[in-house]
Every structure is written in C-alpha cells, then in structure tokens.
Design a protein around this ligand. Structure first.
Ligand code: CP
Ligand code: NVA
Length: 361
C-alpha cells in the first residue's frame, strides 16, 4: 500500500532543507529541459547514479493531475500544464463552471472521486478552508495553486530568480538590464545567495504570507510596509511564530522605513481576486505605497536594488518606470513558475517523496 501523500498548503509545511531541495531541483530541471543548455542529463544522472536518481525523467508518464481552478490564472495554469507535459503527464483543467463541486457535490466527495482517477491535484480556491478540506479527504497529493491565505508555488519561483541573479547582490553597483536578465545563460551551478534584505511594500495577502514563513528560514530579513488594518491574519502569524520566523521580520507602516538598505523590493496587487468591491477603500488606504524610483531612493534602498512582482500587475502598486525598467526581473520570475512547479510535481506527485536522498558520489 502506498504511504499517505504529503500535501503542500503553504511553504510553512516544508522544512528549510526541503525548500532548498525544491529550488535546486527546479534549477536542474530548467537546465535539463532548456534547449540552449548543454545536455546536462548525463552529468545529472552520473552525479546521482544511486538507487534513486535525482532526475527520473517523465515521472508522471501516464499520470493525470486534476487542475481545480475556481479563480482566473495565467501563470499558475501555464506552469502546471506545460510542466506536466514535460514530465510525461497530463493536466486536466477543471474550472469552476465545469465540475459538480460546490454546486451539486461536496468538496469531500469530490476529493474521493478525483483520488480514484488521478494521481495529484493542484487547486486554486477562494477560502483557504476549501483546499484544507480537499487535502483532508484526498488520497493523492494536493498542491495549493493559491488560496485566500497562501501561494506557496509563487515563492519558490521568486527564490529561484533571486539565486539566478545572485551576482546583482555580490557585485556592488553592477549595471543591470532587463534584456540581459532574460537572455543570460545561467551557470550550471545554482549560485549561492548572500543574506538579503527584502522589502515588501503593499497589501498583506497570500503571496506575502508565504514569504513570511519562508525568507527568514533561508537567512533573509523581511521588512514589510502595510497599513495597520491590512496586517496578516492570526492563522498566518501562528505559523510565523511556530517556525521562529518573526525574529527576521520587521513590520512598519511607512514604506520608506521598510526600504532602508533593501536589496529586493517586492509588491503585489492591492486588490486581490475577490476584493473588487473594496477597490475604492483600498486605493485610499494604500495611497503612498506605490513602488517608484523616487520612493526607493528616498527610503534608502540599496543602489542596486532589484524589483519583483508575482503578477498580474496593476499600475497602482508600481509605476511603469520600475516595472519595465532595468531593475525589474518580473518576466524571468514569471517564467520560473514553470520550473519550480515542475519540481513540485516531480518530487511531490511523481515520487510522493520530497526528501529523495542524494546518491553517494
Ligand atoms: N502569479 C500568479 O499566480 O499568476 P496567475 O494568477 O496568473 O496564476
Ligand atoms: N494576491 C493576488 C495574487 C495573485 C497571483 C491575488 O490573490 O489575487
């Protein structure tokens, strides 16, 4: 009988070594799959030629992952479908209007039905409780593709992007350009990251929540500037405290205070999916939080700061100069959703085992 699967509701569910392993695996998969890379499969297999090779190609051959999306998605859906194709599996996209769940059938029954036919579930839901209910009754791994509280797969792509651009943090005042970031031939070894100061300016939503339980455990400091009334909810702080992450988190209201010495400036929309009715109130509350060159200079960000955004972007939270400017890594960051999602599917659905031991040299 197969062991019970691990689910991924938030990166808080994984240990720091497991998160690092996913990032390293994403990087290996990217190099293995990108046509411009030297064929590294020989190396990868040779380095790991024990009983459990690192890259058992096509680990999802003949397998199907149900993609239950009750909200819109561009990146998460593309990342899931394209990476499943590379792994030899199939993603079965089931939108809210397509299936019985929530209308004629409970989440619990749906979990049992999908478990009888598929090998994994990625779900994008409204309230987080819904995906917890799916995970409770599913006999197959359930991956959170965004919920009201968390967005774990986004943060994996962000961290991979930071590693790939590590030279920006180690070479002082190195000139950067978007074109260079997009076309650079990454080195075959995942560059190490120095401890970073990451400033998050804006709404405390799902993306930030997963950053809060992850960056501090990887040795980085997170400075958040968000209006008091939008502070993360108790469920999130319980996980932050439980993991000891609060020691490397500073929470302020003034964005300039959060920016001092920041190597990375991150933001997300102020109006998340489902909050459209609060638009006017939110635009008022977040006045002064738009990421601009002037704000970051005034706040004393590192001169070489880089910009990340999970996307989709609205101009409220970041102006065009930054978003399309040379500091912005948003498009390579989006492309990395594919490789990190592929690693999650490979290790958590293809193998049901994230901590595959490295073979002896
Ligand atoms: N960042 C992100 O999750 O994008 P989508 O909503 O397009 O999937
Ligand atoms: N906070 C945003 C993230 C989108 C990827 C939302 O939930 O809409």
């Amino acid at each position: 009988m197969l062991p019970k699967p691990r689910h991924l509701m938030s990166l808080a569910d994984l240990s720091a070594p497991e998160i690092k392993r996913l990032i390293a695996h994403s990087f290996a998969l990217k190099h293995y799959s990108k046509p411009w890379a030297d064929p590294p499969i020989g190396n990868v297999i040779k380095q790991n030629s024990g009983s459990t090779p690192l890259l058992p190609f096509q680990s999802l051959l003949g397998k199907t992952v149900a993609l239950l999306f009750s909200k819109r998605s561009t990146r998460t859906r593309l990342a899931a479908e394209t990476s499943l194709a590379l792994l030899g599996g199939r993603g079965l996209f089931l939108g809210r209007e397509d299936i019985q769940m929530g209308v004629n059938e409970t989440v619990r029954d749906t979990a049992h039905i999908i478990s009888g036919m598929c090998q994994g579930i990625m779900a994008r839901v409204g309230e987080h409780e819904e995906i917890e209910e799916l995970a409770k009754y599913a006999d197959i791994p359930v991956i959170n593709g965004l919920s009201s509280l968390w967005h774990p797969t986004q943060i994996l792509a962000d961290i991979l992007t930071l590693h790939e651009n590590a030279s920006a943090f180690t070479h002082s005042h190195k000139p950067r350009s978007l074109a260079k970031a997009e076309t650079a031939q990454p080195s075959p070894t995942l560059p190490e990251l120095p401890p970073l100061t990451v400033a998050y300016i804006g709404d405390s939503a799902n993306v930030l929540h997963d950053m809060l339980v992850t960056y501090p455990r990887l040795g980085h400091t997170l400075r958040v500037a968000s209006p008091r009334q939008y502070r993360a909810p108790k469920e999130v702080w319980d996980r932050v405290w439980g993991l000891g992450c609060d020691e490397r988190i500073e929470w302020v209201e003034d964005p300039k205070e959060a920016l001092k010495g920041a190597n990375v400036v991150y933001t997300d929309t102020w109006i998340s999916m489902g909050q459209e009715a609060e638009k006017e109130e939110r635009l008022r509350a977040f006045k002064g939080y738009q990421v601009t060159e002037a704000l970051c200079k005034e706040g004393g960000a590192d001169p070489n700061w880089i910009f990340l955004h999970c996307l989709p972007r609205k101009p409220h939270e970041v102006d065009d100069e930054v978003f399309f400017g040379p500091r912005s890594l948003v498009f390579p960051q989006a492309a990395n959703r594919k490789w990190t999602t592929m690693a999650v599917f490979d290790l958590m659905v293809g193998h049901w085992k994230i901590d595959i031991p490295k073979a002896k040299a």
